[in-house]
Unconditional design. Structure first.
Length: 311
């Protein structure tokens, strides 16, 4: 989607200058994966308009394959407004009747599923009945080469006239599930990782994100909590998508549970330090040192807005 953030300080209703960028959960994940050196492809639909061109161009410039993006000649590109601040940014969506909401299961015929991970989110399921049909078709596709990753990505405004109970069905049919504890509380009435596992027992991997506290991984007999990295937060929207990319990249690399969670936290830090949905990479030597740090060194680390690590 096209994304607009305030271009000047002051109350949002008095802001006259806005900065146009781009954003969206799945494209954010794809851009972060490309940043980490993996081949990533983003498939969606945009309108035949300037915003659609801008979105595709921006995602492509991040190194993501956009050859599967459909250009809809009738429906417009979706957009949203982000009232940006460190404490949490209200988001206003304008995507009803958008090109992405017109996606349907016919898109499945165009997809090459010879990949290692297929990443989907609950946002797509909320856009329309046809999008939900596409999601169910993707979940039903044979997983001969890939694992299916699903991020709940709860957006209550998108579900105001739809039935969110389908999110449990989708989550339980995935291989990897990522969910914020606040999202689980809103949708499933619990924020406890063990209880969330009871609600979605079938995925081989469950990650429950606890915001600035950290994240819990449940996998087989393992239940591991890894504290988050301390970061001077500029604005939090998009950090969950960056976490997903870092975690998935480390999972594909066969990393240990602790390293996979730390990789998620480190990638989330790139977005926490910017007003955009996708940040800039951290120095590779810093990433390596923190991935290899002992528990005390990790807990003492502090990433400032200027990018200075203090320990």
């Amino acid at each position: 989607m096209a994304l607009f953030v305030p271009g000047e300080p002051g109350p949002v209703d008095q802001v006259r200058t806005w900065i146009r960028t781009v954003g969206g959960a799945e494209s954010n994940v794809a851009c972060n994966l490309a940043m980490l050196g993996l081949r990533a492809k983003w498939v969606s639909a945009v309108g035949q308009d300037a915003f659609g061109q801008a979105v595709v161009s921006a995602v492509r410039s991040s190194g993501v394959d956009v050859s599967g993006v459909v250009v809809d000649p009738v429906r417009p590109t979706g957009l949203y407004i982000k009232e940006s601040n460190a404490g949490g940014s209200p988001v206003r969506y304008y995507r009803r009747g958008s090109a992405a909401s017109g996606m349907d299961r016919s898109m499945l015929d165009q997809l090459d599923l010879n990949v290692r991970v297929l990443h989907l989110t609950g946002i797509t399921a909320a856009l329309s009945d046809s999008c939900l049909e596409l999601m169910r078709a993707l979940f039903a596709a044979p997983r001969e080469t890939f694992r299916l990753s699903f991020d709940l990505n709860w957006r209550p405004k998108l579900w105001s006239d739809r039935d969110p109970s389908v999110l449990r069905e989708l989550a339980d049919a995935a291989d990897i599930v990522l969910v914020g504890d606040d999202e689980a509380l809103a949708v499933w009435e619990t924020s406890d990782p063990a209880e969330i596992r009871r609600i979605v027992p079938h995925p081989s991997t469950l990650v429950v994100k606890h915001g600035s506290r950290g994240a819990t991984l449940i996998e087989g007999d393992i239940q591991l909590f890894q504290p988050a990295l301390r970061v001077d937060v500029v604005e939090p929207v998009g950090a969950g998508d960056a976490f997903a990319a870092g975690f998935l990249a480390a999972t594909l690399a066969g990393a240990s549970p602790e390293r996979r969670l730390r990789s998620g936290h480190l990638q989330a830090a790139t977005t926490l330090r910017t007003h955009d949905d996708v940040g800039t990479p951290l120095p590779s030597e810093l990433v390596t040192s923190l991935l290899d740090a002992d528990a005390d060194e990790w807990a003492a680390a502090h990433l400032t807005e200027q990018g200075v690590l203090q320990a």
